[in-house]
Ligand binder design. Structure first.
Ligand code: PMP
Length: 297
């Protein structure tokens, strides 16, 4: 699914066949989850292949590296250039791009490595959570405590929490988990941010215990441009009662409607909510049919 015999990846300065790209079993990142990554999308637009918000994604990759002390030697411009080259070499226009900065060095001690390795892979990926409105459940697992890890960095190890929460929710028959923060406020999904709509306004969790998604920021900008009020605030699951609708946002998931959270069923079908209008505007933006929103979240 991710690669075949003709797929190339970028690994430490070279484009190599994916099937031959390897990493040693003593790699520090493999043992400790000490790595950072990004999830980026390229779209086949009328102006050609366009990576959506490449700068924001690669700046976040740098921020994530700095947060954990992983010394990445590629600039934002170089990373963007490699991404476009990799898409061309793999004949892909509509694709998901996965850069991973990691420590391949055999290094079993708990200290930062002297240098970082870089892997970049591209593959065709449909919307991560599909297109049908989702049934969520509040997870018994919380998001990691922001005093324990730099939670606003996209660190590989944090995704053990995501995998555990998502699998637990699916095991109970739901489509996806909704995680609370350490104080019991709604934070986000395992791989996407969460918004709800009440009285024509949108609400979402503030920074602090979430990954501040680039899609989240884009949706906030698009909403404010259309005169829709967006409030970032702490809220408990009970506040979802009486909400008109809800949705999740993420690069891989894009904008996906939420039908319910446990026994709270949203009042309107997603298609009739503000979220659906914003989803359409998001598609127009990534496809280059409209210019980027100017407001900054
Ligand atoms: N939260 C988490 C935990 C995620 O993994 C993601 C996906 N990167 C998001 C939110 C959404 O972020 P973005 O919109 O930047 O993809």
């Amino acid at each position: 699914m991710y690669f075949d015999n003709s797929t190339l990846v970028f690994l430490d300065g070279e484009f190599v066949p994916a099937a031959q790209a390897t990493c040693g079993v003593y790699a520090q990142s493999l043992h400790y989850g000490y790595a950072v990554f990004e999830g980026i999308r390229a779209y086949n637009t009328a102006q050609g292949t366009r990576i959506f918000k490449a700068r924001e994604h690669y700046e976040r990759l740098h921020y994530s590296c700095q947060s954990i002390g992983l010394p990445l030697e590629y600039s934002v411009e170089e990373l963007t250039e490699i991404s476009y080259q990799l898409l061309t070499k793999n004949n892909l226009a509509d694709a998901y791009i996965r850069p991973l900065a990691f420590a391949a060095t055999p290094h079993m001690t708990l200290t930062a490595p002297a240098s970082a390795n870089l892997l970049m892979a591209v593959w065709k990926w449909d919307r991560y959570l599909g297109s049908q409105s989702l049934r969520l459940t509040v997870s018994p697992y919380e998001r990691p405590n922001p005093k324990a890890v730099p939670i606003e960095a996209k660190v590989s190890g944090h995704y053990a929490n995501s995998i555990i929460a998502s699998s637990e929710a699916k095991g109970r028959g739901f489509d996806e988990a909704l995680l609370l923060d350490m104080n019991g406020y709604v934070a986000e999904g395992p791989g996407a941010n969460f918004f709800f709509e009440k009285n024509g306004e949108l609400f979402t969790a503030p920074g602090g215990s979430i990954l501040r998604g680039i899609t989240r920021n884009t949706i906030i900008d698009l909403a404010r441009e259309s005169g829709i009020k967006v409030t970032e605030k702490f809220f408990r699951p009970e506040e979802l009662r009486g909400a008109t609708g809800a949705f999740m946002t993420g690069t891989a998931a894009e904008v996906i409607g939420i039908a319910s959270v446990d026994d709270v069923v949203f009042e309107q079908p997603f298609e009739q909510t503000i979220g659906a209008q914003l989803a359409q505007r998001y598609t127009a933006l990534v496809m280059g049919e409209t210019v980027a929103a100017e407001v900054s979240a």
